[in-house]
Design a protein around this ligand. Structure first.
Ligand code: UT7
Length: 325
């Protein structure tokens, strides 16, 4: 039997029009451009406009990915949206995307693994494709984290932004070797004992509120570098490859110091790392597909390049997907 490989056929992204530079926070909050930049690498982020929702961002990104792939929306079998900031408690944002794109068949659902959401969604989409459940899947990360910020908490509200990124994943024949194009290995992890390190303090079942984000940043940071390097190594192991084989790392964009630390632990130079955190801030599940799309639009990936994605976030949940472009 010829093994099926889920291959990225197209990418797209959308960023809301409003750009908020660090200096804007300094006008009303006890912070500075210097602190934000030196501690996180963030220089600016985008915030969604009033009346602009996660599904709107997701639909724009999906349209761009379909155009980049040269695929009609009617040829999509499944839509998966990774998000922790859905428009409604239900239905899933993915069904709104489906309707927005005029797709009337197939299936659509959301995945909630916070900042690791896109990696979890990509792994799930790959599984569906490998199992023959779908041939073409739109995998989207879309967030409006500006809606769950505590604007009195300078330790969190300067770090996050809004945006969406999307990929079209398509079943293609492979040979089963690590030279195949497409997803080669996935590694997913969660440990709910760390829930209190990063969470939103409201919810449907608890109090009917959306709540605001709470983070013990220093503690999350401590876990991040170690767990990200471990999950990356694990994905490489599963594919029978090594860090030295990697052409590009597309990491979750939370903090430049975490991105640098992880690359260093893997023995990879920063020239091989896609960095967009300075322009987007932390867009949670949207950060990796945004970075993938920006780098792809710049023509940085060549066919055959080995691309490693890795992310960690609330849960804690973390993981990596290794793929060949
Ligand atoms: O995406 C999900 C995963 N999330 C992450 O990966 C985030 C992980 N954590 C981080 O990125 C970093 O821990 C932060 C950027 C959140 C913070 O950086 P840090 O180097 O760990 O700083 P810190 O929390 O140790 O705070 C250092 C100081 C504190 O003052 P004292 O106690 O030393 O007097 C803070 O009160 O910086 C102060 N501080 C600020 N100062 C100016 C905290 N926030 C601010 C601020 N402006 N916005």
């Amino acid at each position: 039997m010829i093994p099926i490989r889920p291959v990225i056929r197209g990418t797209g992204h959308y960023l809301p029009a409003r750009v908020v530079p660090n200096s804007e926070f300094a006008e009303w909050l006890d912070t500075s451009d210097e602190w934000i930049k030196s501690r996180s690498g963030i220089e600016r982020r985008h915030f969604a406009a009033e009346g602009e929702f996660t599904s709107d961002l997701a639909i724009y990104a999906a349209r761009a990915a379909l155009a980049n792939a040269g695929i009609d929306a009617a040829d999509i079998d499944a839509v998966i949206v990774a998000t922790s900031t859905p428009d409604y408690t239900f239905p899933a944002v993915a069904t709104q995307v489906q309707a927005g794109l005029g797709i009337t068949r197939g299936f659509a659902f959301d995945i909630q693994a916070v900042c690791a959401g896109f990696v979890f969604a990509l792994a799930n989409a790959s599984g569906l494709i490998a199992a023959g459940q779908a041939k073409r899947v739109l995998v989207i990360g879309a967030e409006t984290f500006s809606r769950i910020m505590d604007w009195t908490d300078r330790t969190t509200c300067v770090l996050f932004g809004d945006g969406a990124g999307a990929v079209v994943l398509e079943a293609q024949d492979g040979t089963g070797s690590a030279q195949d194009r497409g997803v080669l290995a996935c590694d997913l992890n969660s440990d709910g004992r760390y829930r209190d390190l990063l969470f939103v303090d409201g919810g449907v079942s608890r109090d009917g509120r959306a709540g605001v984000l709470k983070m013990q940043g220093r503690e999350v940071f401590r876990h991040a570098v170690e767990k990200l390097a471990a999950t990356a190594e694990s994905a490489l192991d599963k594919a029978g490859l090594q860090a030295s084989d990697v052409d590009w790392v597309v990491p979750h964009q939370a903090n430049l110091r975490i991105i640098r630390g992880t690359a260093q632990k893997l023995g990879l130079p920063m020239e091989k790392v896609v960095v967009t955190v300075q322009d987007h801030g932390n867009t949670s599940a949207a950060s990796i597909p945004l970075a993938l799309s920006v780098a792809n639009a710049e023509g940085r990936f060549k066919p055959g390049d080995l691309v490693l994605t890795e992310a960690i976030g609330g849960g804690l949940s973390w993981g990596a997907v290794l793929l060949r472009w």
